[in-house]
Design a binder for this molecule. Structure first.
Ligand code: SF4
Ligand code: SF4
Length: 140
């Protein structure tokens, strides 16, 4: 418990997305996997990727299912949406890889930024817990 929390530790807590919608905006094309039935979604296809279906992206770059209060199909969102964790993406890449990936359009800067913030907050909470435990030990 003295070491900073790993992704494994953080993973036990669902991604605290709050009001962040970075995954649902900015022309993010969510690929449907074999877990998802394309007929159950409003989809689009991308030239050069025959046989693959993506959630439709609106002209403003938002996912077609993004509403004013977030995802409107939360309970049946595609697999990719359900498993995506920006903390993992942040922790599994180096600074140089992130910079290169963002430049190449593979990673989204705001998603990586959000991952960095959530990792920082988890580490801060961990340090506060350690400090509290130490103070109790000294006092008691
Ligand atoms: S970037 Fe992270 S916090 Fe924001 S919506 Fe995506 S998974 Fe949630
Ligand atoms: S389906 Fe929902 S969670 Fe997935 S990108 Fe669209 S709005 Fe976001």
């Amino acid at each position: 418990m003295n070491n900073p929390p790993t992704f494994g530790d953080m993973q036990s807590v669902a991604v605290p997305c709050g009001t962040c919608r970075a995954c649902c905006r900015g022309r993010t094309a969510v690929l449907l996997t074999e877990e998802d039935d394309p007929a159950a979604y409003d989809t689009m296809q991308i030239a050069g990727l025959p046989g693959e279906y993506f959630l439709r992206i609106l002209p403003n770059g938002d996912c077609t299912y993004l509403g004013p209060d977030g995802c409107t199909i939360h309970e049946r969102a595609p697999m990719m949406c359900r498993v995506f964790d920006c903390r993992k993406h942040f922790l599994s890449t180096t600074k140089a890889e992130r910079a290169a990936g963002i430049k190449a359009g593979i990673f989204k800067a705001d998603v990586m930024r959000r991952g960095a913030i959530l990792v920082h907050l988890a580490r801060k909470a961990h340090s506060a817990e350690l400090g509290k435990a130490h103070a109790q030990k000294v006092a008691g």
